[in-house]
Design a protein. Structure first.
Length: 459
């Protein structure tokens, strides 16, 4: 936290204790909703409800949306029915849906009781769409125009109903059956002659998504076409809602966090780290740790199988961690690069042969560089400076050839598994560092002992 933030927080608390509510109202009114929400989340519960009541109605609603679910629940429990109704009435439908999804059942019942019939029906309608779909993140508050409507009529309608809409920058032209036929932006309306109709100035090539499309696809469309809003249609091309850029930013953060957690072998969680209990953290980490521990026993079995060989050349044992770690790191580099390419739609399963060929060449360059550096290190530093008597040219050759082959195998495994997972419908992020490292560990050991058998004659 910055010094200015801590000073502001201390001042807010001091003013609240002194009951200087007029001054508090003036201070809070100059702040942005996200900043107020962050401040409230850092304050003790006794101050939060009291300060929230000082906010102007519109700012209160914007602040409420920015709060975490725990603070929202705290406020709802402290609200009277009238106060709760005021907040719900000010929320856009998509924000109200998010609120309902986060709250426990008893709080949800109270929220829906205070919502008017129209908003309650819209909330229930959106909740019926699949989780993480375009329908589940859309809002039904948009400006709808007709093709025969003039620019003057359109501006008049925006003035009349726009205050209740989430955005008026982009307006949608629909038929009598609500079929989406065009899109008009506010700039076109302002610049157009008053008698020009919507069908004359609208863009008929409308980008849209279906209600059942995955939210990640929606985010990709926003990024690709630099959109601020996108219409959502049903399977008959009828306009049912829009997704706005603020919701897409939340989706991107959510999907990125989920991928990072999967790549770190953690079951994804919705709560922030500091909000999770020790039990929740344990539950999210244990499944993969248990699986990886069991799979790691195979590497132990491989080592046990070559115990007699290792007794003859015990020097080989000391380089097992280096080979396994280098292989794992090489595989992780390839997998993360490919997973990123898949998420950005730069790589598809049809590119598998191209990806493998590219990674083989990268592996050759990396492997030769590392093997060469390691060969020199073994015969100089390890043999003469550290005085390791077991180091010979044949031993160094065994280690370095193993390193070269291990890196090649790791790169191939690392680039192939995410694409295979994507092809069969799994999240490619699952095939990231921990999973691939376990596979490469086993491969590196098998290659190591095979090289030792061929070059050193042990087995």
């Amino acid at each position: 936290m910055t010094d200015s933030y801590e000073t502001l927080k201390a001042s807010i608390i001091a003013l609240s204790v002194a009951k200087k509510y007029a001054t508090l109202r003036d201070v809070l009114a100059t702040m942005n909703a996200p900043d107020i929400a962050s401040l409230f989340e850092d304050l003790e519960e006794v101050y939060v409800t009291r300060l929230f009541r000082l906010l102007p109605k519109e700012l209160a609603a914007d602040t409420f949306v920015e709060m975490d679910s725990d603070t929202q629940e705290l406020l709802i429990k402290g609200f009277s029915d009238n106060e709760l109704k005021e907040v719900i009435d000010e929320l856009y439908v998509d924000d109200a849906v998010d609120l309902v999804e986060e709250m426990p059942a008893n709080v949800v019942t109270r929220i829906l009781m205070q919502a008017d019939a129209e908003k309650r029906n819209l909330i229930n309608e959106i909740l019926r769409y699949p989780e993480d779909s375009a329908g589940s993140i859309m809002t039904t508050e948009y400006v709808e125009l007709r093709p025969k409507m003039t620019a003057e009529d359109a501006i008049r309608q925006i003035r009349r109903s726009g205050i209740e809409k989430e955005t008026i920058n982009t307006c949608y032209v629909t038929s009598k059956k609500r079929e989406l036929i065009g899109v008009v932006n506010i700039r076109q309306l302002i610049m157009a002659q008053s008698e020009v109709t919507m069908e004359e100035i609208m863009n008929g090539n409308v980008l849209s998504v279906k209600t059942t499309d995955d939210q990640e696809l929606v985010a990709q469309q926003f990024s690709h076409y630099n959109l601020i809003a996108m219409p959502v249609v049903d399977h008959e091309n009828r306009l049912v809602g829009i997704v706005t850029v603020d919701d897409v930013l939340d989706v991107i953060q959510e999907e990125t966090t989920e991928d990072i957690e999967k790549m770190a072998a953690i079951v994804p969680q919705d709560k922030p780290y500091l909000k999770q209990s020790i039990f929740e953290l344990w539950k999210s980490r244990m499944p993969w740790l248990l699986l990886l521990m069991i799979s790691a026993t195979f590497t132990g079995s491989i080592i046990n199988g070559f115990e007699n060989a290792l007794q003859k050349f015990s020097i080989l044992t000391g380089y097992i961690p280096m080979l396994m770690d280098t292989g794992g790191n090489s595989g992780s580099q390839a997998s993360v690069t490919v997973i990123r390419g898949i998420s950005l739609k730069e790589v598809d399963f049809e590119d598998l042969a191209k990806v493998i060929w590219k990674e083989i060449r990268v592996a050759l360059l990396c492997g030769l560089t590392l093997a060469g550096a390691n060969f020199v290190k073994l015969l100089t530093i390890d043999k003469y400076l550290l005085g390791l008597s077991g180091i010979s040219v044949s031993v160094a050759l065994t280690i370095c050839l193993t390193l070269l082959i291990t890196i090649a195998c790791a790169k191939i495994v690392g680039c192939t598994l995410p694409l295979l997972a994507y092809k069969i419908g799994f999240d490619p992020a699952v095939m990231a560092s921990p999973f691939i490292t376990t596979i490469v560990d086993a491969i590196s050991l098998l290659v190591y002992f095979k090289m030792a058998s061929l070059i050193l004659g042990i087995g």
